[in-house]
Design a protein around this ligand. Structure first.
Ligand SMILES: [Zn+2]
Length: 92
């Protein structure tokens, strides 16, 4: 198995979607190839980070709504008049 082949299998390898036989081949290559090993380490870090983020964003839906309404209130307080004036000027 060459580097190109290994690199095309990195994602399924990390996700555990590879057949045992294929995974063993990838591992054999990684034993002797530092570049591909670094790539796998990197990908693994990314997929962990993504999973982490997914959890962090799923949980505080109510928080997001609160932030959004706060932003809306602030923009209404500070930007409403000027926006209205701009709108009226545009109508003329
Ligand atoms: Zn390689």
């Amino acid at each position: 198995m060459d580097c190109m082949h290994v690199r095309s299998l990195v994602s399924p390898y990390i996700d555990g979607e590879l057949a045992a036989e294929k995974a063993a081949e990838v591992e054999r290559h990684l034993d002797g190839c530092e570049a591909c090993r670094a790539l796998v380490e990197g990908e693994r870090g990314v997929s962990v980070a993504v999973r982490h983020h997914g959890e962090r964003f799923r949980a505080p839906a109510h928080l997001k709504a609160r932030v959004l309404s706060e932003v809306e209130r602030r923009s209404r307080r500070s930007g409403w008049r000027s926006r209205r004036r701009t709108g009226r000027a545009a109508m003329r």
